[in-house]
Design a binder for this molecule. Structure first.
Ligand code: GSH
Length: 219
């Protein structure tokens, strides 16, 4: 039997993506929590850095193969465990899904990462209100584009692509969860909200929610 280990943090959206993909594919794994809070800084510990020099989560191990970077992990999972594919079979459809993925993975998430927010505070004197405003700005800008893309696309169904989850939903759900955590107003994004609601009823997404992880606080 395959030995799979996911190093993650309950609130990390990049680790959340990998949890969803593993759950959709029905793959079990051992979960090792890496506490990103400044009081713990597990991701900066020498033994973690020796394994994953970038010092971020997720980090995934499959039968001794270690992989960092959620896009690389997701592609690996889809190639090695092709049952329940995350990408459609036709190139045009894959291009659609990848566009959505990259709005989130390249243009929203990196600007709102923990280390970026910490830098705003430590070097640019941003208080929590300023950080929240920064956070919200990039989500609203990205979601405005996503909403327009989803609204006009022939590919959209209950999920981003048709009526089954795809890689696009794997990216969308953690980003919406984060937006709600930062109390970003989502009223202008009814299609995104509807897709999130469909995903939230799906067992693989439910199981992967931050609040259902072993390292989530009890309250
Ligand atoms: N592009 C990377 C981003 C990974 C990433 O930035 N993870 C965040 C949590 S969502 C992290 O570990 N942050 C720690 C830090 O910024 O110091 C991926 O998709 O895996």
């Amino acid at each position: 039997m395959s030995e799979r280990i996911l190093y993650g943090y309950y609130r990390s959206s990049a680790a959340f993506r990998v949890r969803i993909a593993l759950a959709l594919k029905g793959l079990d794994y051992q979960y090792k929590a890496v506490d990103l809070k400044p009081s713990a800084n597990d991701h900066k510990a020498p033994d973690y850095l020796a394994m994953n020099p970038q010092g971020r989560v997720p980090f995934f191990v499959d039968n001794g193969l270690g992989i960092s970077q959620s896009p690389a992990i997701l592609e690996y999972l889809d190639e090695v465990y092709p049952d329940v594919p995350l990408l459609p079979s036709h190139a045009n459809e894959r291009a659609w899904v990848r566009q959505l993925v990259n709005v989130i993975g390249c243009d929203i998430h990196p600007l709102n990462n923990l280390s970026v927010l910490q830098k705003l505070k430590s070097e640019f004197d941003a208080d929590q209100d300023a950080v929240n405003s920064w956070y919200s700005h990039w989500i609203v800008e990205g979601f405005t584009a996503l909403e327009a893309m989803l609204t006009s696309s022939k590919y959209r169904g209950d999920f981003c692509f048709g009526n089954l989850p795809s890689m696009a939903d794997v990216y969308l759900v953690p980003q919406v969860w984060n937006a709600m955590r930062f109390q970003v107003n989502l009223e202008k994004f009814p299609v995104i909200k509807r897709i999130y609601a469909s995903c939230a009823e799906h067992p693989a997404f439910m199981k992967s929610m931050p609040e259902n992880q072993p390292d989530a606080p009890a309250d």
